[in-house]
Design a protein around this ligand. Structure first.
Ligand SMILES: [Zn+2]
Length: 204
């Protein structure tokens, strides 16, 4: 195994202590298929998929209720009265980034899985995902997941985290440069992490 191969395996087991039903790797083309289909395919019993609608007119980044980033998506469902979150990771992330470097692929899987775990924690704590109204504040939810990820990558004593942080910060800056939604997200992220810090980490 490799450093990030091991870290990824550990992360999939512990999910940083956040309560998550399950984590799955699925092919790229299934990332956009209905949640019901994905759960059925995986044999996960559920009573109802929980869909959230955006609080504002922010439909750019969501297919109701599941938060879609190219690398991962977190979906929510009810079973026997319990609200669960399940994470789908894009199993073809290497293609997405045009890399054949399997350790780089592990790094990307690692950072984007932390990001999705951040969404699950947000859902569990009902901070930006409101269970009673089934509304989500998308910009704040995305910022929550970014801040969750950066906090984790910053706090870890493992020196390899610098590399993970570099890729994550590069990704934040790339998103921000090209997209109004992510600009709004970054404005919120900057309340926790200075832009100069994010830029410095992206260069490290
Ligand atoms: Zn996200």
């Amino acid at each position: 195994m490799t450093i990030f191969g091991d870290l990824l395996e550990e992360l999939r087991k512990t999910h940083l202590g956040v309560n998550i039903h399950s984590i799955h790797n699925i092919p790229s083309d299934q990332m956009l298929s209905p949640v019901e289909e994905r759960l059925a395919e995986l044999g996960i019993p559920y009573d109802e998929v929980i869909y959230f609608t955006p609080t504002e007119d922010e439909e750019h980044n969501t297919v109701y209720g599941q938060h879609i980033c190219a690398a991962g998506a977190t979906s929510f469902f009810l079973k026997d009265g319990t609200a669960n979150s399940t994470i789908f990771m894009n199993g073809n992330i290497g293609k997405l980034t045009n890399t054949e470097d399997s350790e780089l692929e592990n790094i990307l899987k690692y950072i984007f899985l932390i990001h999705e775990i951040g969404h699950a924690e947000d859902f569990n704590k009902q901070i930006n995902f409101h269970h009673t109204t089934r509304k989500v504040d998308l910009v704040s939810a995305e910022a929550y997941a970014d801040i969750f990820t950066l906090k984790h990558l910053k706090s870890s004593k493992n020196p390899a985290m610098k590399l993970a942080r570099k890729y994550y910060c590069k990704n934040i800056l790339a998103n921000t440069a090209s997209n109004e939604f992510y600009k709004a997200v970054f404005t919120k992220v900057k309340k926790s992490f200075l832009e100069s810090k994010v830029r410095e980490w992206a260069r490290a």
